[in-house]
Design a protein around this ligand. Structure first.
Ligand code: ADP
Ligand code: DP6
Ligand code: CO
Length: 358
């Protein structure tokens, strides 16, 4: 093997926002959930992760920088992703650069990773989803994996559960799966980004502070202590998943809106039902819910759906461009610029963008 080469790949991946939430694991190491979930992938122009991965015979250990700071890769999640990807790696040959890597070499070659989120990390905007999806996607390109997106989704899942859904665009379902080894716990696309392109999504960033309880710890405590979560996973979510899939296929906005809001509210009720109780939403989040609920009631049919992940930031889905304009006017009226609420708008995105940096 020649000594002085570096092979590098850069990928960019959007985040995804769940409309039927994943909350609770049946296996914490493999990251296997207790219910199916459904999300929408955002276009990657504002909220995305950019990750560059590099390999060279001159690197003597695996290292990673997140938002400019070196982080430890010793955590099980990073190790599991790296191991799984290395196990599927293929031969790589680039004559122009004098690079020749045989399948068996990947076990001894080291990787450097630099990742940047252009939005707040660990603030309930699914940085772990964009982050691990991007990492797995970039590594798969670096190591010339021939595996399909389904396999990559199952690997990204072992970094962060929600990441398995960011490998696809449009509306995406994560099947919880039945197998003990997790091979069937992966995401599939329900419809692509063109199917329902009337929708406009707003994210109102209420706080970019890091949350006090990470999703991982929060859902662990909920599984241990919340009876409501048991009821939700067994009785409520399976029915909602079927209804939500139908609503998406039929572009039925009232049903999508009703289920999305109800599911977000139940997820936050589970957080309150957890011991110690978890408060992800704040007063501004509650005000946004009231504004949307009141508006939808006045119109007689939903114009906007809201959903909140594990943080206070609102994700608002407007039924079309007209509703989006009215929503923006209302939000600017209630939260004038400088009032601490930052607004961003999105369309539904397609899957990861890849730029090969050579
Ligand atoms: P969030 O609501 O932002 O998803 P989580 O608590 O679920 O918050 O996850 C935050 C964790 O995800 C970070 O502490 C880090 O370990 C991981 N993470 C975030 N961004 C990236 C990234 N770009 N690449 C790899 N891992 C990331
Ligand atoms: C509220 O995927 O961040 O955003 O699997 O422990 O990394 P880990 O948790 P994570 O949890 C996401 C929870 C949620 C709902 C969702 O995205 O479905
Ligand atoms: Co997360």
């Amino acid at each position: 093997m020649a000594a002085k080469w570096v092979r590098m790949v850069t990928a960019q991946t959007p985040t995804n926002i769940a409309v039927i939430k994943y909350w609770g694991k049946r296996d914490e190491t493999l990251i296997l959930p207790i219910n199916d979930s459904i999300s929408v992938t955002l276009d990657p122009h504002h909220l995305c992760t950019t990750t560059t991965v590099a390999v060279s015979p001159s690197f003597d250990q695996d290292r990673m920088w997140l938002n400019g700071k070196e982080i430890s890769l010793s955590g099980g999640r990073y190790q599991n992703c790296l191991r799984e990807i290395r196990a599927c790696a293929s031969d790589v040959e680039d004559e122009e650069k004098g690079i020749k890597i045989a399948k068996k070499d990947w076990g001894s070659l080291h990787i450097l990773i630099a990742s940047y989120n252009n939005f707040p990390t660990a603030a309930g905007l699914a940085s772990s989803a964009a982050g691990f999806a991007c990492l797995v996607f970039a590594l798969a390109k670096l190591m010339n994996l021939s595996e399909d997106h389904g396999k990559l989704s199952a690997i990204a899942r072992q970094g962060s559960g929600s990441a398995c859904r960011s490998l696809y665009g449009g509306f995406v379902k994560w099947n919880m799966g039945k197998n003990e080894d997790g091979t069937d716990s992966r995401a599939i696309q329900i419809v692509d980004e063109k199917h329902w392109d009337d929708l406009v999504i707003f994210i109102a960033v209420v706080s970019s502070r890091q949350k006090e309880t990470s999703s991982t710890i929060g859902m662990h405590n909920s599984v241990e202590t919340s009876m409501l979560l048991k009821y939700r996973a067994q009785e409520v979510v399976p029915k909602r998943i079927l209804q939500m899939e139908e609503a998406i296929k039929n572009r039925d906005f009232p049903t999508l809106a009703h289920l999305t809001c109800a599911d977000s509210n139940q997820f936050h009720a589970v957080c309150l039902d957890t011991y110690p109780p978890i408060f992800y939403m704040n007063d501004t989040s509650h005000r946004i819910i009231s504004i949307v609920e009141k508006w939808n009631r006045t119109e007689g049919t939903p114009q906007v759906a809201y959903t909140f992940d594990a943080g206070p930031n609102a994700v608002l889905i407007a039924r079309n461009r007209n509703a989006a304009t009215l929503l923006l006017q209302r939000l600017l009226f209630y939260f004038p610029p400088g009032d601490g609420v930052d607004l961003n708008s999105f369309l539904i995105g397609d899957k990861s963008i890849l730029e090969d940096a050579g």
